[in-house]
Design a protein around this ligand. Structure first.
Ligand SMILES: [Fe+2]
Length: 481
């Protein structure tokens, strides 16, 4: 039978669902939630087309020919490690940190990139239902590894969620909506993989290469006593020898069409790769830190809850605190009044500020009002340039939150020695989870094909990090082993 050659130029579609007036966080959250309508999925596809239309193909750094891909991968990694060694030499010679001016700057970064990190790996999810296609084997394996093969301590999203939780970064409510663009691209690819197959492959190719910013971020987080594991994990897992970078190149080779227009397919792969640069980049996020603005943001956000919670005896500059907090727009003036009245003494140790004593001192009437991220921010804001020493706001506690854990490679070796092909521990499923219970009850009723479909559903971006998703991933890994 004749197999018709597939036309790989990007089809023209009605773009009425595209980005004009699009609520990026809204669409992102609907997709991440996993319960969305067909209209939402089409809206995400429109968003992707719009992003692709804005790409300047001249800025693509991929080689013109797919034959040069392996050399490109090695050169990319070499360039990152060479620049990193220059960075390290500079630091050794006394240069200051390049990225994070203080501890709260680093926490601000972790918060700002959360919409992207919380969907890590999602761009490959749409391929999972086609897991049996041998040409997709490298990409299926990459997705399964992104979600930790069902081991909670190796699931990238779960590791990031725990990192945020540890520092009280539990609300992303007021994040700038532009920070959702990159995560939305990844979710949009997840649910439109059939239409955007070359772009998915290209996105994966670009995203799984080792960038310089990953190396520097891990180094400086570690220096500030913040757990860099999420980042170091990617340094090892994205390696060019056997890791995701290598798999990504191999996946392009495997998927290049034998029928039809290979050149058009490759051009779409290149554009998909460039999608990884859309939205706000790592360095732009880091450069966007303005500690004063961030302090005003958290006080404004708190003002709704704080207004009315103070006694009328609490007065600053002749006005009650309740009155000050009635208008979030007055927060900068309120902070200035606190400073003028001597409650806040900038550029001095925090202990000299009476306001800080309300938050952390022996009186601490406002204990628990601010999260640990917010306390660190206020602490660094009050201390000013001295905060460059990276001191934690609660110096009574350990200044490092880095848990003792074996490196990824050591964990892998230990797991291999124990005959365990999955890297993490294999916990007993936590049955106090309605989705897990429902999934287990459903599985016994289904035939093999439908069981597989259910497992894949549970491995979606919204579920893979939950007890049901982790259990489904372990079962899936056993089946494809
Ligand atoms: Fe990852």
């Amino acid at each position: 039978m004749f197999i018709g050659a597939h036309e790989w130029s990007l089809p023209k579609f009605d773009n009425s669902h595209a980005t004009a007036g699009l609520d990026l966080p809204g669409l992102y959250n609907r997709l991440l939630n996993g319960r969305f309508t067909e209209r939402t999925r089409l809206q995400a596809a429109g968003f992707l087309r719009n992003q692709l239309a804005q790409i300047d193909e001249r800025a693509c750094n991929l080689p013109e020919s797919v034959d040069d891909l392996k050399g490109w991968m090695l050169a990319t990694a070499q360039s990152a490690t060479t620049q990193y060694s220059v960075y390290l030499a500079g630091r050794k010679a006394g240069a200051p940190r390049r990225y994070f001016s203080n501890r709260s700057h680093a926490l601000y970064f972790l918060r700002s990139v959360a919409p992207t990190k919380l969907v890590d790996g999602a761009w490959l999810f749409g391929l999972m239902r086609h897991w049996s296609n041998p040409r997709l084997a490298h990409l299926v394996r990459t997705y399964v590894e992104e979600i930790g093969e069902g081991a909670p301590d190796k699931n990238h999203v779960l590791i990031y969620r725990q990192l945020l939780q540890r520092h009280g970064i539990d609300s992303l409510d007021t994040l700038d909506e532009s920070l959702y663009a990159q995560g939305l691209i990844q979710l949009a690819l997840a649910y439109n993989a059939e239409e955007f197959l070359p772009e998915v492959i290209g996105f994966n190719l670009g995203y799984e290469q080792l960038p310089l910013h990953l190396l520097i971020t891990a180094y400086e987080l570690n220096e500030l006593g913040l757990d860099p594991y999420y980042f170091t994990l990617h340094i090892t897992v994205d390696n060019t020898d056997t890791g995701h970078a290598h798999r990504a190149v191999q996946a392009v080779m495997d998927m290049l069409p034998k029928f039809g227009d290979t050149g058009a397919f490759w051009q779409r792969v290149r554009k998909g790769c460039q999608l990884g640069d859309a939205g706000v980049g790592t360095c732009a996020v880091i450069d966007g830190f303005d500690i004063e603005r961030e302090v005003v943001r958290i006080f404004s956000h708190k003002s709704a809850a704080g207004q009315g919670a103070h006694s009328d005896y609490c007065r600053v500059a002749g006005r009650s605190v309740n009155d000050w907090l009635a208008q979030p727009a007055e927060v900068p003036a309120f902070l200035a009044a606190l400073e003028k009245a001597g409650w806040i003494k900038h550029g001095e140790p925090v202990e000299n500020s009476r306001f800080w004593e309300l938050l952390q001192g022996t009186r601490a009437e406002m204990f628990g009002v601010f999260s640990s991220y917010e306390l660190q921010l206020i602490h660094d804001w009050i201390r000013g340039p001295a905060s460059a020493d990276g001191r934690a706001y609660n110096t009574a506690a350990s200044t490092t939150d880095i848990p003792k854990r074996p490196s990824f490679r050591v964990a892998a070796r230990l797991a291999a020695l124990q005959g365990n092909r999955h890297l993490g521990s294999q916990p007993t499923p936590d049955l106090l989870d309605s989705d897990l219970q429902t999934m287990l009850q459903e599985l016994v009723k289904l035939d093999d094909t439908d069981q597989h479909k259910l497992l894949v559903r549970a491995m979606s971006p919204s579920l893979h990090w939950t007890p049901a998703g982790l259990h489904a991933t372990r079962l899936f890994c056993q089946r494809i082993a």
